[in-house]
Design a protein around this ligand. Sequence first.
Ligand SMILES: [Zn+2]
Length: 134
Amino acid sequence: MNSVEAPLRAQAGLDVDTLGELRARLQAHRMDLLGREGQLRARLAAEDAATANTFVAGVEGGAAAEADDEVIAMLHHDDAELAAVDAALARMADGTYGWCTGCGEEVGVARLKALPQAELCIACQDVAEHRRGH
Ligand SMILES: [Zn+2]
């Protein structure tokens, strides 16, 4: 199955033009994330080298470790986002895109235009965030 170039069918209140636009945005976002991940990994490697060469311990070493944590947190965030984007593209290919995976209702065009990788409708998203303690 060629998931990227599969023909789009209107679904979940989305016409083919809208789906095509959202798919193009997801693909562009995916390329951005992959590019950023490369930059972050390069920065992490550079910081590791600087830390190893310059600092043994103390304030400077601590600051470098904090910077590492920040980069690692960004990488985790990007990985999660990349997974969400990939999942959205896969749902688009198999015809389940736009339907909330929580309740089965339409996610809604406005929400998908704001967040093309959205998997849940607003109501289910709220519930999920409350469960996580937000
Ligand atoms: Zn829902």
